[in-house]
Design a protein around this ligand. Structure first.
Ligand code: SF4
Length: 358
């Protein structure tokens, strides 16, 4: 075992996290789920989602048999919904092709949707007793700093170098502890800003610390200006006191989630009601603009609450439209801004008998 791994394990025994919910019963299913949830999301945020998700879907079989809406509903608020769709698809594949068990092989694991090399390594080493390196965001930061690896890890050459280092430090024994330990070191001491070097077991020979350049590793992604897109949402309110949602296509932003119909502007919202829903609009009310940021653009949403003269027939080829009582957002997959707008619309309906005519 190399000196890096020895020191890391000694530190982990004393200071690592040993009581995370997915560690209490570290089955491959639990480790997989936690790894997917932890991509782009902090531990503290993940824990309540993880608890709710596992109590509703306690095993792969239950997840595979679930309706997509139910899975997305339990993911609602965590963001990056492709993760939930892939999780569901992978569960179905595990049941259909692997008898409901995880293959103890990195390549076979990587053949499942949403499982990359690092997640496969984490499942194998943490839950299946194998040996495999991992390279998630925390590990990249620790290794890039310890070895002063220049460059942005999104570049192939930098990623290859980091993988080589990850492989070389991964020990042959106590791999599960090592894997958890290096993630914990990155999450608790070698943090993105203000790393706590004086308490770090790697401080004696950390290259970034010796250079006084901890903040420069790993290299940053070249900056791009993120564009802003504008859109309008049709919040159609029926005479029965319901709001209407449309299920989005399976791929793309908010794929498979229920959303207010999207149009270009207020005039488009009226047209949507008249032409697509084939009902007249009795009243309109503009709700405050909402800004939502994705990794590659900002979305500025102008929501328009429209009171319909009658309940639409909801027949539209190739798309799904449904109404639910306005008082409470339905228990289906809803993107965070849709949920927020639902609550605002419900409040506006309750408080107001009047609307502002266009
Ligand atoms: S010494 Fe500092 S920069 Fe180096 S690995 Fe430890 S916490 Fe990170």
């Amino acid at each position: 075992m190399d000196d890096f791994a020895t020191r890391l394990l000694a530190w982990y025994d004393l200071h690592g996290r040993h009581d995370l919910p997915w560690q209490r019963d570290a089955t491959p299913y639990h480790v997989w789920l936690s790894e997917i949830m932890l991509q782009q999301t902090q531990v503290a945020t993940v824990i309540p989602y993880y608890e709710r998700f596992t109590s509703r879907f306690p095993d792969i079989q239950t997840l595979a048999a679930a309706e997509a809406d139910d899975v997305l509903h339990h993911w609602s608020g965590l963001g990056y919904y492709a993760r939930a769709r892939n999780l569901h698809k992978a569960a179905k594949m595990l049941v259909a092709d692997f008898s409901g068990t995880f293959p103890a092989d990195v390549e076979a694991l990587q053949s499942l949707p949403g499982i990359g090399r690092s997640t496969a390594g984490a499942i194998l080493s943490t839950a299946l007793g194998g040996r495999a390196a991992i390279l998630d965001g925390n590990v990249k930061r620790v290794l890039a700093r310890f070895h002063a690896v220049e460059g942005w890890p999104g570049k192939n050459a930098v990623a290859s170098r980091l993988w080589e280092l990850a492989e070389s430090h991964t020990p042959d024994c106590r791999v599960a502890d090592y894997t958890q330990g290096i993630m914990d070191l990155g999450a608790t001491l070698c943090t993105r800003s203000k790393p706590d070097c004086p308490r770090c077991p790697m401080a004696d020979d950390c290259a970034a610390l010796a250079l006084g350049r901890q903040g420069e590793f790993p290299g940053r992604k070249p900056r791009k200006v993120i564009p802003t897109r504008t859109t309008s949402f049709v919040i159609a309110h029926t005479p029965k006191g319901e709001l209407l949602l449309e299920r989005r296509q399976p791929s793309g932003i908010w794929g498979g989630l229920w959303c207010f119909p999207e149009v270009d502007d207020d005039a488009g919202a009226i047209r949507y009601c008249e032409e697509t829903l084939a009902v007249d609009v009795a009243r309109t009310m503009a709700l405050p603009t909402l800004r939502h940021s994705f990794s590659h653009y900002h979305l500025e949403i102008s929501p328009l609450l429209l009171t319909l003269s009658k309940t639409p027939a909801l027949i539209r080829e190739g798309q799904e439209l449904r109404c639910w009582p306005a008082e409470k957002a339905p228990a289906v997959g809803l993107a965070a801004p849709v949920k927020r707008l639902w609550e605002q619309a419900a409040e506006a309906i309750q408080n107001s008998g009047t609307g502002e005519d266009l």
